[in-house]
Design a binder for this molecule. Structure first.
Ligand SMILES: C=C(O[C@@H]1C=C(C(=O)O)C=C[C@H]1O)C(=O)O
Length: 343
């Protein structure tokens, strides 16, 4: 288990093997002053989000078929948390940071229910004063399958998300980093991180068209996310890197070629977090792939995982926590996608 990082830039993240979560019980580690802002279980079945008996949001995502591969993300903060629920969304906040989580049950179409669930979460952020959302995660079962009306499920989700953003004006100034990835079941699970005073800087990649500008050939409403979000309240910041794939401009590159797609995904991340790009965004900082931690590598075909692991092992630090997940990806011609946090 990684050493808890209490940084000025957001709650600290730890990965814990599913089996050790009982150790956490109430709070993460009173000795370290840690409190559990939220627990996201990447596990073998989906479940509605709940608030645990000790007051922490818990979301189970169906992201692995093998219990031995299950793990939990523990978002740990230094201050006591207050939790609650609103219209199906669970949340916890510590005065500076908020985690909220929700789920849209399996359905024939998703746009309306996604819009409703997102509005509930956006209202929680607004009403509690945590307007600066910097990272969103979305796990979409059967992401490439057509919905009951023939629209690809991912595009259906993007339509609902965009409608929620447009109705609230959310994202007009700063779009959060995000992941929109497949899952093995459970409709659409999602969770968000927001700050009260910390103002994230939205980062784009000059090698890629901003997703929110994608042409209509990719769906009725474009995906709404930034390539990364830099968060700093004091001192150095963290860069939350969105799910990144083999896309330059707006086009998929190297369809069918897992090795090249993996390298393009890594090149895109290196470009986004590198000093040249961060300075272009007014951030006097720079990172390398070796600074990335809490990496998730999503791979469409299980048989590709060994070669992807080989490439990623060489690219990232030996100290990096890396999880490989065999799930579908938002475009049917994408074979791999990678996200992480640059510290
Ligand atoms: C891979 C891409 O998009 C994916 C989908 C996202 C979403 O819809 O929130 C965010 C990042 C990726 O997980 C891309 O368009 O480059």
């Amino acid at each position: 288990m990684t050493q808890t990082r209490f940084a000025d830039s957001g709650p600290s993240l730890e990965y814990a093997p599913r089996t050790t979560l009982s150790d956490f019980g109430t709070v993460a580690d009173p000795a370290a002053g840690g409190y559990l802002l939220g627990q996201i279980n990447y596990t073998t079945a989906a479940a509605d989000p709940t608030v645990s008996g000790t007051g922490s949001p818990v979301l189970d995502l169906h992201m692995t078929a093998d219990p031995g591969d299950a793990f939990s993300e523990l978002w740990i903060t230094r201050d006591p948390v207050h939790s609650g629920t609103h219209d199906g969304v669970v949340f916890a906040h510590d005065g500076e940071y908020l985690l909220c989580a929700g789920r849209v049950p399996q359905a024939r179409t998703y746009a309306a229910a996604t819009e409703h669930a997102y509005l509930a979460a956006l209202n929680v952020m607004r009403d509690l004063g945590y307007r600066h959302c910097y990272r969103m995660w979305n796990f979409v079962n059967q992401i490439n399958a057509p919905n009951a009306e023939g629209l690809e499920t991912y595009r259906d989700f993007c339509l609902g998300r965009a409608n929620a953003f447009e109705k609230t004006g959310f994202g007009e100034d700063v779009m959060p980093a995000a992941t929109g990835i497949g899952s093995l079941g459970g409709g659409i699970g999602f969770y968000f991180l927001s700050g009260r005073s910390a103002r994230p800087t939205m980062i784009e990649n000059p090698e890629q068209m901003s997703a929110y500008h994608y042409p209509r050939r990719y769906g009725p409403k474009a995906p709404k996310f930034a390539r990364a979000a830099h968060l700093a309240t004091a001192g150095s910041g963290h860069v939350y890197v969105s799910g990144t794939a083999s896309i330059t401009g707006h086009k998929t590159r190297y369809a069918g070629d897992i090795v090249r797609q993996t390298h393009v995904s890594l090149q895109n991340i290196a470009r986004v977090i590198g000093a040249t790009n961060l300075w272009e965004h007014g951030i006097p900082d720079g990172h390398f792939l070796s600074n990335l931690d809490h990496v998730k590598v999503y791979v469409r075909h299980a048989e590709h995982i060994p070669v992807v692991r080989q490439i990623c092992t060489r690219a990232f630090s030996t100290a990096a926590e890396i999880r490989y997940l065999n799930v579908d990806i938002c475009r049917s011609d994408l074979l791999v996608e990678i996200e992480g946090i640059a510290y």
